[in-house]
Design a protein around this ligand. Structure first.
Ligand code: MN
Ligand code: MN
Length: 392
């Protein structure tokens, strides 16, 4: 084979290999449920010499605006690293409703920041639940369960939604007005046992944010003769005492052990005093999605093979740490900070670096680092979790 022929042959073979692997492992953009991680095939985005950015300024993005209501989203389009989890910041003005809809590809978890929200959700066995939420409360709707959200009272409601799928888009959900608007009236009339003309003037496009009268202060639900689901969709996270308290900060946490319906999402509120540090750690079974509610933080990420990246985040910014990647969160501002953290697991797990070191005897560490045994006697003998400014 002549040189130029060999070159062409090699190029063709490489192209074929690329096509084949793309077919097996998902090309760019990869498909939801990309199995490459399970096969230990490196994610192309995470296999380069440098780690990609893991920060997105969610609140400064444009999003979808109707009147004084908005939805701003962080999916793989805005933050490519965030394949496991998507997030939305949503504001509803008084009288506004996020219309009846479901998500075919994701469960929805939410944390209320401001105002009050009423939700109604239906489950496949036909039970429906209506709940009212205040700041600090959490909801969880399993994948595919139909729901609506409406602002309660005369103040706007602001909440953060987390979805257990980074490919999910809030703007690609299944809305009731979209469905009914595209179904022939004849079929609708038969379906509901009413006349075709009853559907005159229905919206023909997706409504998304509906606007109307302020909802009644007391919900009509439970509807008469209607049964409630076995598991509630509401959890009052900040009404509980913090899960863990330290000099440098505190943490509230909710997963399926305390909120049984939340089988695929764990939520955390992390408060750090100025200089406080959530120590170096990793999560063996989940990706981590961060939203800065208040303050200024520095987030570090260790990605193996000498790759290390730091992002500075402020109020309204989103961060993302892939499953198994080392990281830390530090308050670098002058006032206390608060971070909302979501994980795509119903059972929270962490391994903290101090805990790992404490779990090994000093002679092992001495050999590992080629340092005297006595040095490691000074290290913490238990999990640190959060330290204060002085490292206490
Ligand atoms: Mn939803
Ligand atoms: Mn973490």
């Amino acid at each position: 084979m002549a040189d130029f022929q060999r070159r062409e042959f090699m190029a063709a073979a490489a192209a074929l290999a690329a096509t084949t692997s793309a077919a097996f492992f998902g090309s760019t953009p990869a498909e939801a449920g990309d199995p490459s991680f399970m096969n230990n095939v490196p994610d192309p985005l995470l296999s380069g010499k440098e780690l990609p950015t893991f920060k997105f300024s969610l609140e400064s993005s444009e999003g979808k605006v109707v009147g004084n209501s908005y939805g701003k989203e962080a999916t793989v389009l805005q933050l490519p690293i965030s394949k496991g989890i998507a997030g939305v910041s949503m504001k509803l003005e008084p009288g506004a409703m996020r219309e009846l809809h479901w998500h075919a590809t994701a469960a929805e978890w939410a944390f209320v920041l401001e105002g009050r929200v009423r939700t109604t959700v239906i489950e496949p066995r036909g039970a429906a639940e209506t709940n009212d939420f205040e700041p600090g409360d959490v909801w969880y709707f399993p994948r595919g369960h139909g729901h609506m959200l409406e602002c309660l009272g005369n103040k706007p409601a602001h909440f953060i939604l987390i979805f257990d799928n980074g490919y999910f888009s809030e703007f690609g959900t299944f809305s009731i007005s979209d469905w009914i608007g595209h179904t022939p009236k004849k079929l609708l009339a038969k379906n509901f046992g009413v006349s075709e003309s009853d559907f005159n003037g229905f919206p023909t496009d997706e409504v998304y944010f509906a606007r109307g009268a302020m909802p009644p202060e007391k919900p009509a639900a439970p509807l008469q003769g209607w049964k409630l689901p076995a598991l509630t969709h509401k959890y009052q996270l900040l009404a509980q005492p913090p899960h863990r308290v330290f000099k440098g900060g505190r943490e509230w946490r909710v997963d399926s052990t305390s909120f049984p319906i939340s089988k695929t999402v764990t939520g955390v509120i992390l408060d750090l005093e100025p200089g406080g540090l959530r120590e170096l750690h990793w999560h063996p079974t989940a990706d981590e999605w961060q939203y800065v509610i208040d303050g200024d933080i520095s987030v570090t990420m260790f990605g193996s093979h000498g790759r290390y990246r730091t992002e500075t985040m402020t109020e309204g910014d989103v961060g993302y740490i892939p499953q198994g990647y080392g990281h830390s969160i530090e308050n670098v501002g002058t006032k206390p900070c608060r971070v909302l953290i979501g994980f795509n697991t119903g059972v929270y797990e962490t391994i903290d670096l101090s805990q790992w070191i404490a779990g090994n005897s000093s002679d092992i560490l001495a050999t590992n680092f080629s340092k005297p045994v006595a040095l490691f006697e000074k290290f913490p003998k238990a999990d640190v979790f959060i330290t204060d400014e002085q490292g206490h």
